[in-house]
Design a protein around this ligand. Structure first.
Ligand code: PHE
Length: 522
């Protein structure tokens, strides 16, 4: 208002330092008042009510030490004052001088006072040499204090700055002119055009707040995919472009039958012990699986068949019925393969498996006389293991799993397929190592060379499913199925450079890192 009133009265303001803000009469407050005026000028000019130009000033102010000297005199003057005149009483011992003026002033002051020939040594003590002195430092500091500068010029100012007695202070002042929308009262500008304003016609005379195109705007809030979900999406895309169909994997709870028995995992296998598998207590037992299939599975375990001797160990119904948290998604693969073989068993179509197979394998997949139709299936979902948790292991993780069922598939098909699949993930350097799974023979562990770790790391487990698993399901002998599983967490950790699983999964995950993690592209 002061700016507007002054402009109204005089037309222009040549120098805003002449404006006296209410409560800012002290010239020492000038610096602060120019900052306040600048705020007002910016606000008025954004409304086109005024325009202004800025002028820079440089002045000097005293440091606390400078201010002390301005009042009490320089160290050297204080030393001189404390000493007796030469020949006028006993010289003063340095120790006594220190007590009188303080050790700092005694130390700094003596040096300068000797240089100025103000004092001299006499015996072990000190005396005044000059009969009178002029304390230039004090005089100059007082000048800076009241004028902000020195008549003696820049060289003297620089010397004072070097001695840390004064510092430069940049200041601003302004010249102000009326703008096109000048008025003595500040109309509150409209920020929105309302129906009311259109109806009454008030929009014609209203003033509007200008758009601020420099404003950064609010950060928009939105959901964000967890890094694991981004990597999952990338895997899904690889599977889909290779013609795979996704298996339903919503059943986290499975029976011992589907998780192990159907896969020809012996009932005494260590993986089935409580140390490795979480069992349910309520309900503790599953509904019975299809009776004749159950019969064939228990038989191949206990007595063999399909060219196998079996395990020749007693079969336990109770073990088979136990409900558990699935330890691998191969449990879902087993039940999907069982459904896929429905027609081979002479049963009616099982819609879910057949449509998945049809969708996945496309036009080249033809159904044979025996009712078999090739299929490529995948899943990416959660599995649970009763493990000791550490930096890289949790009791639950995700498995990426694929199975391919076709006539006459060989180990070479599996290896060739793995090379294509992993190449799509950017992993080209693969090695295969013979391994053991109860449900596959042969089995292969897949190793990849890790360029950062500079070593071979295990990236997956795979194999050709055994006839003891496939034939009780009803698949013809010439139908072979290969499968493989990899964890979702490991490539995710490698991809995002995470070395503790807890920064990726669980309550310690920072939401910020989830929101900011880049999309993944293998
Ligand atoms: N089920 C195996 C695992 O948990 C992975 C696998 C799937 C191996 C299919 C062979 C065939 O590691």
């Amino acid at each position: 208002q002061l700016v507007l009133d002054t402009l109204d009265k005089f037309g222009t303001i040549h120098d805003t330092r002449t404006l006296v803000l209410p409560g800012y009469t002290d010239p020492a407050a000038n610096h602060d008042s120019q900052i306040i005026i600048l705020g007002a000028l910016n606000s008025l000019s954004s409304r086109d009510m005024i325009s202004y130009t800025t002028h820079e000033t440089v002045s000097h102010v005293l440091t606390p030490e400078g201010a002390q000297i301005a009042v009490q005199g320089s160290h050297e003057a204080r030393v001189w004052q404390a000493l007796p005149h030469k020949g006028d009483g006993a010289p003063m011992a340095p120790k006594q001088l220190e007590e009188r003026v303080g050790s700092e002033t005694a130390k700094i002051g003596q040096g300068r006072a000797f240089k100025n020939k103000w004092i001299a040594k006499e015996g072990d003590g000190l005396v005044r040499l000059a009969p009178s002195i002029e304390d230039n430092t004090q005089v100059e500091l007082r000048e800076v204090d009241s004028t902000g500068t020195l008549k003696a010029g820049e060289k003297a100012l620089a010397e004072m700055r070097k001695r840390k007695l004064i510092v430069q202070r940049k200041g601003q002042w302004f010249t102000v002119k009326k703008g096109p929308a000048f008025s003595t009262s500040i109309a509150k500008p409209e920020t929105d055009l309302t129906i009311d304003m259109l109806a009454t016609g008030s929009w014609k005379t209203s003033t509007y707040k200008k758009y601020n195109f420099e404003a950064e705007g609010l950060v928009t809030n939105g959901g964000a995919l967890h890094p694991l979900l981004k990597v999952r999406e990338e895997f899904r895309n690889i599977f889909l472009e290779m013609g795979f169909a996704e298996m339903p994997t919503s059943s986290f709870v499975e029976s011992g039958f589907w998780c192990f028995d159907a896969l020809f995992v012996p009932q005494q296998h260590p993986a089935r012990e409580v140390q490795d598998t979480f069992y349910l207590s309520d309900p503790a037992e599953s509904l019975p699986p299809p009776a004749d299939y159950y019969e064939r599975v228990s038989k191949v375990h206990e007595h063999g068949g399909y060219g196998s001797t079996g395990y020749r160990a007693p079969w336990s119904d109770a073990e088979s019925r136990k409900l558990l948290l699935r330890t691998h998604t191969t449990a879902s693969s087993a039940s999907m393969l069982y459904k896929l073989a429905a027609k081979c068993r002479g049963e009616g179509e099982d819609k879910s498996a057949r449509s998945a197979a049809a969708h996945g394998s496309g036009a080249q997949a033809k159904e044979g006389d025996d009712g078999f139709k090739p299929a490529k299936l995948f899943s990416i979902d959660r599995v649970f293991r009763n493990e000791t948790m550490d930096a890289t292991h949790l009791a639950e993780f995700h498995q990426v799993e694929g199975v391919v069922a076709d006539r006459g598939l060989t180990l070479a098909d599996l290896i060739g397929f793995m090379r294509v699949f992993f190449t799509k993930m950017g992993i080209e350097n693969l090695r295969f190592k013979p391994a053991y799974n109860p449900y596959t023979e042969p089995s292969l562990e897949i190793f990849a060379f890790h360029p950062q770790l500079r070593k071979w790391v295990e990236v997956g487990n795979s194999g050709m499913f055994r006839p003891e698993m496939l034939e009780p399901m009803g698949f013809p002998k010439d139908v072979h199925v290969h499968g493989w599983g990899i964890s979702l967490e490991r490539p995710t950790m490698i991809r995002y450079g995470i070395n503790n699983i807890r920064t990726l999964v669980g309550h310690k995950v920072s939401l910020e890192s989830v929101e900011n993690s880049p999309a993944v592209r293998f």
